[in-house]
Design a protein around this ligand. Structure first.
Ligand code: DX5
Ligand code: ZN
Length: 231
């Protein structure tokens, strides 16, 4: 059984999604409560399989441990070669949004349809060197497009300047689709780069190290949020 997704449809608001990859896992519960109280919109959970990216991270048990403990929608980013193996376990664990990579090995239409059948919001992600137009035929099947602004695998990398062009092109594709689709940007987001991502068309910002490695995570989140003029 899966519960209905808590993730709203894109609504013109700018959302901030702290990534727990950079959290102090000894104090994960406290870290989540801190960003929740600081006004985070979603919680970003990075899933890595050691194949699609050269790193390992969280499995469904971690999502399950967060489910019901936080009011934040769980934004689960699957950096895995075979998403079809993992969609159902993460949906059952309580994911509100499941994002798969277009560069994954599995048939991506099947993956997106399966996510939706399970009552979860669906996302498609592109790496920095993937041509954005590849996502165009999939836009009817997604609620979010995730533009990677670093090569996936690790937190703490610098925002790639060429991401601005990727974001602009994806924003154009979303506008042409006429659908309400979030445009999330992930990698190297901080108070300096957030305005660039927003100006290029982003409306959801993932930030890991800029929030959790900051001396004052509440202030760091606020500064990223201030990058958006309307919030
Ligand atoms: C990287 C992950 C990101 C990561 C971002 O592969 O997808 O979500 O946590 O970390 P920062 O914000 O530190 O670049
Ligand atoms: Zn991520």
């Amino acid at each position: 059984m899966t519960t209905p997704s808590k993730m709203p449809a894109a609504n013109g608001k700018i959302c901030v999604a702290p990534s727990i990859l950079s959290a102090d896992l000894w104090r994960l519960g406290e870290e989540v409560k801190t960003v929740e109280q600081a006004g985070a919109d979603w919680l970003h959970v990075d899933v890595m399989d050691g194949h699609f990216v050269p790193n390992l991270s969280f499995g469904p048990a971690v999502v399950s441990s967060l489910n019901g403990k936080t009011i934040l929608p769980l934004d689960v980013h699957l950096m895995v070669e075979e998403p079809l193996l993992f969609i159902e376990p993460f949906a059952k664990a309580g994911a509100d949004l499941l994002t798969v990579h277009i560069e994954a090995k599995d048939e991506i239409v099947t993956a997106l349809e399966q996510i939706r059948r399970l009552g979860v919001k669906s996302g498609i992600s592109i790496k920095p060197d993937t041509v954005p137009e590849r996502i165009e035929p999939l836009l009817d099947l997604v609620d979010l497009v995730l533009v990677m602004s670093v090569y996936p695998g690790f937190g703490g990398q610098a925002f790639l300047p060429e991401s601005e062009e990727q974001i602009k092109r994806v924003r154009g594709l979303i506008a042409r689709s006429g659908r309400q689709i979030w445009l999330e940007v992930d990698g190297g987001i901080n108070a300096q780069t957030a305005p660039l991502a927003i100006a290029a068309g982003a409306d959801a910002l993932v930030a890991g190290s800029a929030i959790f490695k900051a001396a004052d995570p509440v202030l760091a989140l606020k500064q990223i949020r201030q990058a958006a003029p309307d919030i």
